[in-house]
Ligand binder design. Structure first.
Ligand SMILES: Cc1cc2nc3c(=O)[nH]c(=O)nc-3n(C[C@H](O)[C@H](O)[C@H](O)COP(=O)(O)OP(=O)(O)OC[C@H]3O[C@@H](n4cnc5c(N)ncnc54)[C@H](O)[C@@H]3O)c2cc1C
Length: 537
């Protein structure tokens, strides 16, 4: 048995921030438990390694969702990082905070302290932006955020110009004053290497005598004294051990595993826990409910001009890319394949952007479902893809344990497309994507749309195709959501589990609603703010 001030479960995007911040002053002892292992593999450093780690069980929980009738009964792949840095160590490195109104909505839902004005300082604090410091961007923080203007594939500019011709203005900084428009993504990459919170926050803190990091340590349940958390039970090397927390236990196991750990520990819906023989410590029916995610579909275009396929597919191109990377950390291996995109309104009457569009200057139709993600083996002809998803889907799914055994994966029910709004966004997304593809200069580059192809048309056809091909973009969140009412929420605005002492949750599971863009930057912000709340309390 070991004793600490704080025990943190999960060294993912949020957990690494928490461990670094809570141990910073040297006054508190911190234990960080991570089920996965080290993040030193080269595939976790080189940005293009994303294509490799996507289905690699050494770094990935590799969950499958339950078959979803909305997807024609398909089960969806649900990768989650299982390594120091968590999902942020295997993600696509796109740095997008979401819309200002997303956070104002969080605050308006009864969560004081979470408006855009109040969370912006935490985004700035975490950031080491490679552009100018401003009211929106910080410099000198742990997370390096880079602009990719000099290195993006030239086709990205054609995409941006076509968007402009369709009334979507160019946006040079999605994380600045205005989040709408078309432009290049900012990426968490520094000198050609991935930046995760594992590398940016945890690595520099590892030498602190008051911080202990245990990898391959799988937390199996939270321990209680009465109705307050007292520690964590975990399995390491086949042995069960206990770590007690003098101050708090902080669960940061991510949107799938945080609700799982709570349920295993007796916090959740009594109707779920009872039949599994788990004694109820605190009945909180919202644990695991509320799952939200972005569901996207890709349209593929044959190109009359070279794309990244021509650089990454042929052996000579691969060698050139490796040499450029080895002697200067430049070229396609040093970037994400997600390079440009847009946030736009599909109808002018909307108050804010409802669609998120991705432009990737390559295509990988063959390898998409394979062990690798095909990025290192794109299609053998010039082609690219565009994808879209609804910014703020209203469908909600769930995560529930099937067994009291912590090694059994929970059931993930996605309930995609269960509202008319989400279906309307599918119709409109397809129309918008094809309008952009049909506009100059992109139209002049496109030879043909080969998936789904012109035969798929009309709302009915587009929806059927979406159901057959759409996939998650891996932004699972909201499964332990924040809110004032213990009947519908799991944590309060200070991230304390309702009705349980000395237990907080701080990761993507606490989002009250999914934000309009990618979720990593917001998870970092949540953890930065959580560290301040914990210290203040
Ligand atoms: C393939 C992929 C691509 C993505 N692309 C992007 C992108 O480009 N941009 C973006 O902004 N977002 C992206 N995301 C989403 C983003 O990375 C996540 O939203 C974010 O990392 C979530 O952080 P978290 O701290 O909530 O959870 P995680 O980072 O998943 O961390 C949870 C950690 O807890 C550990 N853990 C779980 N259970 C236990 C247990 N019982 N005991 C001990 N440890 C445990 C896990 O192993 C993991 O390390 C992507 C995600 C994936 C999977």
């Amino acid at each position: 048995m070991s004793e600490h001030d704080f025990v943190i479960v999960g060294a993912g995007t949020a957990g690494c921030v928490l461990a670094a911040r809570l141990s910073e002053s040297g006054r508190h002892s911190v234990l960080l438990l991570e089920a996965g292992g080290s993040d030193r593999s080269p595939w976790l450093q080189v940005p293009i390694g994303y294509g490799r780690t996507f289905r690699d069980p050494r770094f990935n929980w590799m969950y499958e969702t339950e078959p979803d009738p909305a997807l024609g009964g398909r089960a969806a792949f649900c990768p989650r990082g299982k390594v120091l840095g968590g999902s942020g160590a295997i993600n696509a490195m796109v740095y997008v905070r979401g819309q200002r109104a997303d956070f104002d909505d969080w605050a308006a839902a009864g969560n004081p302290g979470w408006s855009y004005r109040e969370v912006l300082p935490y985004f700035r604090k975490s950031e080491d932006y490679d552009g100018m410091e401003s009211a929106y961007h910080g410099r000198g923080g742990p997370m390096h955020v880079r602009n990719i203007d000099a290195d993006a594939h030239p086709l990205c500019q054609a995409f941006i110009a076509s968007c402009e011709s369709q009334g979507v203005p160019h946006n040079a900084d999605f994380n600045g004053a205005e989040g709408e428009g078309a432009g290049l993504w900012q990426l968490t990459i520094r000198h050609g290497l991935r930046v995760s919170t594992g590398s940016a926050y945890l690595r520099p803190a590892r030498g602190r005598p008051n911080l202990q990091v245990l990898t391959r340590a799988h937390a199996t349940r939270v321990l209680f004294e009465g109705s307050a958390a007292a520690g964590v039970c975990y399995r390491r090397g086949g042995v069960l051990a206990t770590a007690t927390a003098r101050r708090e236990v902080i669960v940061a196991a991510g949107a799938i595993n945080s609700p799982q750990l709570l349920q295993l520990s007796g916090i959740g819906d009594a109707a779920l826990l009872g039949p599994l023989g788990i004694p109820v410590v605190r009945s909180l029916p919202a644990v695991g409910l509320g799952l939200q995610d972005h569901l996207a579909v890709s349209y593929y275009y044959r190109s009359r001009v070279p794309t990244l396929n021509d650089e990454l597919r042929p052996l000579a191109g691969k060698l050139r890319a490796v040499l450029r990377y080895a002697f200067g950390r430049r070229g396609p291996l040093a970037l994400s394949v997600n390079q440009a995109g847009a946030f736009l309104r599909s109808r002018p009457t909307l108050g804010r952007a409802n669609l998120h569009v991705y432009f990737n200057p390559l295509s990988y139709t063959e390898g998409a479902a394979g062990r690798r993600r095909g990025m290192t083996r794109p299609d053998p002809y010039p082609a690219f893809l565009m994808s879209f998803n609804s910014c703020r889907p209203t469908s909600r799914g769930s995560v529930t344990i099937r067994s009291p055994d912590p090694s059994v994966a929970p059931a993930i029910r996605t309930h995609y497309l269960s509202t008319p709004e989400d279906i309307a966004d599918v119709y409109e997304g397809a129309r918008v994507l094809r309008r952009i593809a049909g506009a100059l200069p992109l139209a002049a580059v496109i030879e043909s749309e080969f998936i789904p192809g012109p035969a798929v048309s009309g709302d009915k056809g587009v929806l059927a195709d979406f159901r057959a091909r759409a996939a998650s973009v891996y932004h699972a969140s909201c499964t332990c959501r924040m809110g004032p009412d213990p009947k519908t929420a799991v944590v309060d605005a200070r991230l304390r589990v309702h009705g349980v002492g000395r237990l907080r949750i701080a990761d993507a599971s606490v989002f009250p609603q999914l934000t309009s863009g990618n979720t990593n930057a917001t998870t970092v912000m949540v953890a930065e703010k959580a560290a301040d709340l914990i210290m203040a309390d």
